[in-house]
Design a protein around this ligand. Structure first.
Ligand code: HEC
Ligand code: HEC
Length: 246
């Protein structure tokens, strides 16, 4: 008589169970959880994005007059609050108006959620502490290495934006860093990470030693530049965004 062999039967059961489970409980690979609430915020955000942002940033965030917003090397280092605050404060006089003056908090959050849907890579956790460094050395570095694209005193290159897919290298200068909308939105950690890793697909290179950029800086030298950039921020009495410290 044939011997009963439990092993292949067991394996067969296990396999069919896994197969069924795959259909019953699909697991996404998205960078964050998506549920029905996310769905409704997403559709509201996409509607508002098309009305308020697409003309400058492109229908799919590919960039135009405004910077590209769908770059992984941007989204993966931008803290949660950076996109919301950028919308709230705008970037005047660099064309982008402060939407916080007329859009509701929920609307701005919905737009930011929509922009986040382009993020495929996980957020790179960044130390959000204030960066300390030598302002005078930072200024020397900035004038020598950054002002060519970001303008004298960081006031921005002559043109802004440009799609990263087409014409990325032509007529594509750096955004203003000496800009109150930028400085109120950006944390030191975000500025530092952008400098260390660069933005793949744009003229903004990586500056950290070992990243094989054109110039290789130590982390300390990068801190000096961050400290210098931070000196441009003014303490004014304007409106304050509702997402402080995020
Ligand atoms: C060859 C031109 C070029 C040089 C040199 C350059 N940048 Fe940039 N930088 C850019 C461009 C273009 C962008 C926008 C990238 C994009 O499309 O997202 C950018 C983006 C940035 C951002 C993000 C700004 C924002 O609005 O989020 C920071 C911060 C920055 N650069 C800092 C620096 C510093 C500091 C240096 C000098 C060490 C430097 N860059 C050198 C072209 C340059
Ligand atoms: C009239 C054109 C215009 C419109 C409309 C506009 N922006 Fe911008 N945006 C810009 C420009 C230009 C910059 C870069 C400023 C610079 O070059 O100094 C920018 C920068 C940004 C940044 C910073 C990107 C980075 O890499 O740091 C974000 C985020 C952003 N915009 C989101 C939005 C969203 C969301 C909307 C819609 C609510 C919007 N913008 C509407 C022109 C625009």
């Amino acid at each position: 008589m044939k011997k009963w062999r439990p092993f292949p039967v067991l394996v067969g059961f296990l396999f069919s169970f896994l197969l069924i489970a795959t259909f019953l409980f699909p697991t996404g690979t998205a960078a964050f959880d998506r549920d029905s609430k996310w769905d409704s915020v997403y559709s509201k955000g996409s509607r508002l994005y098309l009305i308020h942002c697409a003309a400058c940033h492109g229908k799919n965030g590919q960039g135009g007059v405004g910077l590209p917003l769908n770059l992984q090397s941007f989204l993966s280092v931008a803290p949660e609050g950076y996109i919301r605050r950028s919308i709230f404060y705008g970037r005047l006089p660099r064309q982008m108006i402060p939407y916080g003056t007329f859009l509701k908090k929920e609307d701005i959050e919905a737009i930011a959620t929509y922009v986040r849907s382009w993020q495929l890579r996980d957020y790179v956790g960044i130390d959000q502490k204030r960066v300390a460094g030598s302002v005078s050395r930072g200024k020397e570095f900035f004038d020598g290495m950054c002002s060519g694209c970001h303008g004298r005193d960081g006031l921005g290159g002559p043109q802004v934006g440009g799609g990263h897919v087409t014409n990325a290298m032509a007529g594509y200068a750096g955004p203003a860093l000496n800009n109150q909308g930028f400085l109120k939105s950006a944390t030191d950690g975000y500025i530092k990470a952008t400098m260390m890793q660069g933005r793949v697909g744009t003229p903004m290179g990586a500056y950290l030693k070992g990243k094989q950029g054109m110039v290789e800086l130590t982390e300390e030298e990068i801190n000096d530049i961050v400290a210098y950039i931070r000196t441009w921020e003014k303490r004014d009495s304007g409106p304050v965004d509702p997402w402080r410290d995020k």
